[in-house]
Design a protein around this ligand. Structure first.
Ligand SMILES: CC(C)(COP(=O)(O)OP(=O)(O)OC[C@H]1O[C@@H](n2cnc3c(N)ncnc32)[C@H](O)[C@@H]1OP(=O)(O)O)[C@@H](O)C(=O)NCCC(=O)NCCS
Length: 156
C-alpha cells in the first residue's frame, strides 16, 4: 500500500481496552526506557477524565494513538505517537485534532503538553498545530529540558 493510500484510508476512533496490549508493544518500541507499561495504560484508562484515540489503516494496522486528560477547563496531551506505517503522513496531526476536539467538547479552554527540547518532529507537529511555548522545566528529561506548550481551542 502506498503512503498516500495509507493516509487516505486511515480512520481514527476510540481506543478500546482490548487494543491496549498492542499499543503498549508499540510504545515500548518507540519510547524505549520511558515507555508506558501495559499496566500503566490500564491504570490511565481507568482514571476518570482520560480518553484514548487510535488511528488504523484500512488493513487494520495500528498507525498511531493519543491519550488525553481533561478536568475543569484544563486538558493535557498525556502521550501521542505514530507507528512505522503511520509516520510522516499527517496522522499525528489528525490524532492531535481528535484529542483537542475531545478536550474542547469537555469544556477545555487550554490544552497543555510537555516535550523534550530535542524532539524535533514532535516540536514541529505542535508548533505547526498552533501550540505556544510558555515555559521550560530544566533537566526534566535525562540531558534535556522539557518545553511546556499550550494550545487554546477556538471558542464556538
Ligand atoms: C511526533 C509524531 C507523533 C508526529 O507524528 P507524524 O504522524 O509523523 O506527524 P504528521 O505527519 O502528522 O506531521 C504533522 C506536522 O508535524 C511536523 N513534523 C512531523 N515530522 C517532523 C519531523 N521529522 N521534523 C520536523 N517536523 C516534523 C511538521 O510540521 C508536519 O507538518 P507538515 O507535514 O505539513 O510539514 C511522531 O513523529 C512520533 O510518533 N514520534 C515518536 C513519539 C513521540 O516523540 N511522541 C511525542 C512525545 S511528546
Amino acid at each position: 500500500m502506498s503512503e498516500d493510500s495509507v493516509r487516505g484510508l486511515t480512520t481514527i476512533g476510540r481506543l478500546p481496552w482490548w487494543d491496549l496490549a498492542e499499543v503498549a508493544d508499540h510504545d515500548a518500541h518507540i519510547f524505549g526506557r520511558t515507555a508506558w507499561t501495559l499496566n500503566y495504560y490500564w491504570a490511565v484508562k481507568a482514571q476518570p477524565g482520560t480518553s484514548m484515540f487510535a488511528a488504523r489503516t484500512a488493513g487494520s494496522d495500528l498507525a498511531g494513538w493519543i491519550v488525553m486528560f481533561a478536568a475543569g477547563s484544563e486538558s493535557d496531551v498525556m502521550t501521542i505517537a505514530t507507528t512505522e506505517v503511520g509516520r510522516g503522513q499527517g496522522i499525528g496531526r489528525r490524532l492531535l485534532e481528535a484529542g483537542v476536539d475531545w478536550a474542547a467538547s469537555r469544556g477545555a479552554a487550554a490544552v497543555h503538553l510537555e516535550v523534550d527540547e530535542h524532539n524535533s518532529s514532535a516540536l514541529g507537529l505542535y508548533r505547526s498545530f498552533g501550540f505556544d511555548e510558555w515555559g521550560r522545566r530544566p533537566g526534566y528529561y535525562p540531558g534535556a529540558d522539557a518545553i511546556l506548550m499550550r494550545f487554546r481551542p477556538p471558542a464556538d
